[in-house]
Design a protein around this ligand. Structure first.
Ligand code: ZN
Length: 229
């Protein structure tokens, strides 16, 4: 048990570092609003940020919460209690996901407000296997049963992000920094999509070229490993 407590303490520090990384990339609205969760492996519980503004996050603002909202350790403020379902639905829908990030990053949220999916028009998306259009989950008030079922409705096993109509974005991955990377890449893609629309239209990367980009990424990763011997 002592070991377990030590590991959870380390995970809390990782979440604080991830929050700093998100703020640094600017994939967050002016208010700094956002939340992060990190699943405790092989459990139905997660560390969940209990702050309004990610800049205020410290290790003591990361309660351990079950997917149905029971607080096992620490304190969850009532405003953050509303977001338990929004995070839990991702883990319940895809067992392999280990972390969820939510912000109102300005460019991706522009797509969410316009009810437009973000499609694969950017190299970074192809490289990180974000080749399917990022879908828009229909609007439902924050924390409502509708808003939560609208998220699972548009998810499949390849999904790594869902736009929340009139609200923001959820990104998720097997690990925490993966979820942060998906957010960063999609915010870049959304900014480029909007800029490209001013002078023409974004052009899509063909599916076979996206696969080629992934193969190249994997090849280089392998070569890197060989050099390190
Ligand atoms: Zn929000």
């Amino acid at each position: 048990m002592g070991n377990h407590i030590y590991e959870v303490a380390q995970l809390r520090e990782q979440v604080v570092r991830a929050a700093r990384a998100i703020i640094k990339t600017g994939a967050i609205s002016r208010s700094g609003h956002g939340n992060i969760s990190l699943r405790i492996p092989n459990t139905k519980s997660m560390l969940l940020t209990s702050v309004i503004n990610l800049e205020d996050l410290t290790v003591d603002k990361l309660p351990l919460v079950t997917f149905d909202g029971k607080v096992l350790d620490g304190q969850l403020d009532p405003v953050s209690a509303e977001i338990v379902g929004m995070h839990a639905v991702v883990y319940e829908t895809n067992d392999e996901m280990g972390s969820v990030v939510h912000t109102h990053a300005p460019y991706v949220t522009t797509y969410a407000v316009a009810d437009r999916p973000i499609e694969c028009w950017y190299e970074g998306m192809a490289r990180f296997e974000l080749t399917d259009p990022v879908p828009v989950a229909r609007y439902g008030p924050r924390g409502s049963a509708e808003s939560i079922s609208n998220i699972s409705d548009v998810m499949n096993e390849r999904s790594r992000a869902v736009l929340l109509q009139n609200h923001g974005i959820l990104t998720f991955e097997r690990d925490l920094m993966g979820a942060v990377r998906v957010l960063t890449v999609l915010e870049e893609a959304a900014e480029l999509g909007i800029r490209a629309s001013m002078i023409g239209q974004p052009t899509l990367i063909p599916a076979e070229m996206a696969r080629y980009a992934q193969e190249r990424a994997a090849e280089f990763a392998e070569q890197g490993a060989q050099h390190s011997h």
